[in-house]
Design a protein around this ligand. Sequence first.
Ligand code: SDX
Length: 371
Amino acid sequence: MVKAGLEDVVAASSTICDVNGKEGRLIYQGYDIHDLAQQSTFEEVVYLLWFGRLPTKVEQEAISNELRANRRLPDEVLKIMRLFPKTANPMEVLRTVVSLLSMWDLDAADDGREANIRKATRLTAQFPTIVASWDNIRNGRQAVTPREDLNLAANFLYMLQGTMPDELSATSLDIALILHADHELNASTFAARVAAATLTDIHSAVVAAIGTLKGPLHGGANQEVIKMLIKIGEPANVEPYIKRMFEEHKKVMGFGHRVYKTEDPRAWHLRKMSQELGVQCGETKWYEMSRKVEELVFQDKGLYANVDFYSASVYYMLGIPIDLFTPIFAMSRISGWAAHILEQYANNRLIRPRAEYMGPANLSYVSLDNR
Ligand code: SDX
């Protein structure tokens, strides 16, 4: 009996992440997301996801230095990026550049664990550079050289905006990256594991994940949320707009979840950030509108906000271009994808499910002249 969308099908054993949909709990390698969001950093979470425990000070410094030392892109790749049409979709740019990077990666032919960790480190370090460099190139600006004295989140904002981010912005983005880092067998991570299970290279498995995350039912939802809020315009317009969406049986992006049947724990932190950033930038309407939408969708559909709903207003108030919202999701999830790819390689069996055949049977072939 086929479970549509493989709903509730357990397709792997993993120590990386647990999503408890009933209780609304998210655990990375045994640590609750609330503790990590309030006390950890994205670079520390990368280490936790990959090595299964919190790093010592020395280990933390080492991975942080490795991530900072590997942010640059090969000059040839930047040259090719300058040939892309300026209207190229940033997720397609990310997907394409990751494919290019495998051609310049000195470890490309080495599929050993140490080499794969080096490649995962380079990709995690380079994703923000790809996204920020693309925004600079498409806007005719000089690509900003990454700074090694800033953590991954702060350096991304610096490369994107050309100025040092304020403390709240840098911290907010760092926490958002922690919240998005992994989520068990979500569609893009499952795509990465299916690819890795054929023993293809890590770059190919990541390209499969990027293409999957791009979909509006998955990572692409956050961009649709902010476009909806901009269309609504003001808090007073929320109710009629949402009511009309329901009348037209339209899905409200940023709500619902295949696993969570209560509040997505990540939304709690992003909702708080949206309010704080609204107060800091003197424009709280995006938060206020979000709260109204949230109340109406819950009242009418009993659905909760997921991770994409409040990340939309958070990224918008951080001054990030809308079509970079999903690439930022990928900038974080590359760490989770890499963790799952490494785990798949370590104890692999080809992932090859069956299909329930529903087609015709025993047909006789009729030649073309007689059809
Ligand atoms: C992410 O898997 C992960 O872990 C993903 C993620 C991660 O960290 O990797 O958490 C990130 O992708 C979050 C989800 C982002 N996507 C969206 O916000 C898009 C809007 N959400 C929906 O498309 C939907 O809720 C899904 C895709 C998230 C889940 O879909 P399901 O489990 O297949 O549920 P469904 O579409 O079968 O909906 C069940 C019912 C339906 O009602 P009926 O047709 O049965 O009457 O709920 C309704 C749906 O119409 N419904 C919605 C809705 N989501 C579900 N109605 C209005 N608005 C919505 N958003």
